[in-house]
Ligand binder design. Structure first.
Ligand code: ZN
Length: 110
């Protein structure tokens, strides 16, 4: 079983609040440099099979549901609030193989 390592660089530490009310969380890397969101208390989260989690949105477009979004290209997470735009195309850099930034809801909030 692969050991899970958590690494948060100082420049990407928790709760960087940007104009437009986006909150960038610390980045957690598993082996292989995949980024994942973490939680401690499972009783605070509930499973949902809502189609809202299947929708992929373009950067800078309206946030369909408040919550935590994951970039499909690289796995970076960002929080965004319904009624405000999702993080823009220049939110972070991609390699050519990662394509454009695309946001997918991974945790919905109210
Ligand atoms: Zn990305």
């Amino acid at each position: 079983m692969a050991e899970i390592g958590l690494r948060i660089s100082p420049s990407e530490a928790l709760t960087i609040v940007e104009a437009g009310r986006h909150v960038k969380f610390g980045l957690a890397y598993f082996e292989g440099n995949l980024t994942m969101a973490f939680y401690k208390y499972p009783q605070a989260l509930a499973h949902s099979s809502s189609l809202a989690f299947d929708h992929v949105s373009h950067p800078g477009t309206g946030t369909p549901h408040s919550g935590i979004y994951r970039c499909v290209g690289c796995g970076i997470n960002a929080a965004s609030v319904e009624g405000h735009p999702l993080p823009p195309q220049n939110h972070h850099q991609h390699s050519a193989t990662q394509g454009a930034i695309r946001w997918q809801l991974i945790v919905a909030t109210h």
